[in-house]
Design a protein around this ligand. Structure first.
Ligand code: CA
Length: 229
C-alpha cells in the first residue's frame, strides 16, 4: 500500500521540523507549508490524505484555511487535524464548527500526534460499519461513494459527520452512549471528551435540516436514530 501523505501547515519552524520528523518516522510522506495560502495551494495540488493545520498562522489563519478546505469540492473530503495553542473548550468547539476532524493542544507529544494521525486516517479509509448502503427514514447513505442524501438533496458532510450518521442510522432505534460513539466512530478513546460527540451531533443536525429530529437525544445516556416520526 502506498504511503499516506500528510500536509503539515505550521509557521513555527521548530514544531514543523519535529512533526515532520515524527510523521516520517511513522511511515508517512510529509508535505510542509509555513503559511495558510501555501498550505491551501498544496492541499489542492497534492491532494494529501490528511492536513495537520496550525490555527495561528501569519496572513490567512488556520480557521480560514480550514473553511476553504471544507468549501472546496476537491478538498472537502480531506480530514483536518487542528493544532492550537489554546486549550479552552471554546477553541475546541470552534475547531469542530469549522469542520476539523480532531484537534491537539500545544504543547503536544509527537507520539500523540502520530497516534491521532493514524486514527484519523484509519477511520477515514475504512468503513466504520459493514452494513453498506442504507435507505432509511428519507435518507440515503452510501459509504462506498461517501454520499449522503436527504430526499434528492446531497448533504455536505465531513468524514466524521458521515461516519456518525451512518453508524447511528445503521443502529436505528438503539441508544448509543457517547463512549460507544467515540470508540466506533472516532476509533479510539478520546481522553473522555464526550463533548466532542455533542459538538458533532449538533453540526450534523444542522446539516440534516428538517430531518434533524431523526437524531434524538436520550437524556443522560446518548443518542438514538429514530425511524418513526
Ligand atoms: Ca503558529
Amino acid at each position: 500500500m502506498a504511503k499516506a501523505t500528510v500536509l503539515v501547515v505550521e509557521d513555527e519552524k521548530d514544531i514543523l521540523d519535529v512533526v515532520d520528523f515524527n510523521l516520517r518516522q511513522a511511515g508517512y510522506r510529509v508535505l510542509k507549508a509555513t503559511d495558510g495560502a501555501e498550505g491551501l495551494r498544496l492541499a489542492k495540488h497534492e491532494n494529501p490524505d490528511l492536513v495537520v493545520l496550525d490555527l495561528m498562522l501569519p496572513g490567512m489563519d488556520g480557521k480560514e484555511v480550514c473553511r476553504r478546505l471544507k468549501a472546496g469540492e476537491d478538498t472537502r473530503g480531506i480530514p483536518v487535524l487542528i493544532l492550537t495553542a489554546l486549550s479552552g473548550e471554546t477553541d475546541r468547539i470552534i475547531g469542530f464548527e469549522i469542520g476539523a476532524d480532531d484537534y491537539l493542544t500545544k504543547p503536544f507529544s509527537p507520539r500523540e500526534l502520530a497516534l491521532r494521525v493514524q486514527a484519523i486516517l484509519r477511520r477515514s479509509q475504512e468503513p466504520v460499519v459493514d452494513t453498506g448502503h442504507l435507505e432509511i427514514a428519507g435518507l440515503s447513505i452510501d459509504p462506498e461513494r461517501h454520499m449522503a442524501q436527504a430526499g434528492d438533496e446531497e448533504l455536505d458532510l465531513t468524514a466524521t459527520e458521515f461516519k456518525l450518521l451512518h453508524y447511528l442510522a445503521a443502529h436505528a432505534g438503539k441508544v448509543q452512549t457517547r463512549e460507544i460513539l467515540l470508540s466506533r466512530v472516532w476509533g479510539y478513546a478520546y481522553e473522555g471528551y464526550a463533548r466532542t460527540v455533542d459538538t458533532h451531533i449538533r453540526r450534523l443536525r444542522k446539516k440534516l435540516g428538517l430531518l434533524a429530529y431523526r437524531i434524538e437525544t436520550v437524556r443522560g445516556i446518548g443518542y438514538r436514530f429514530r425511524e418513526e416520526r
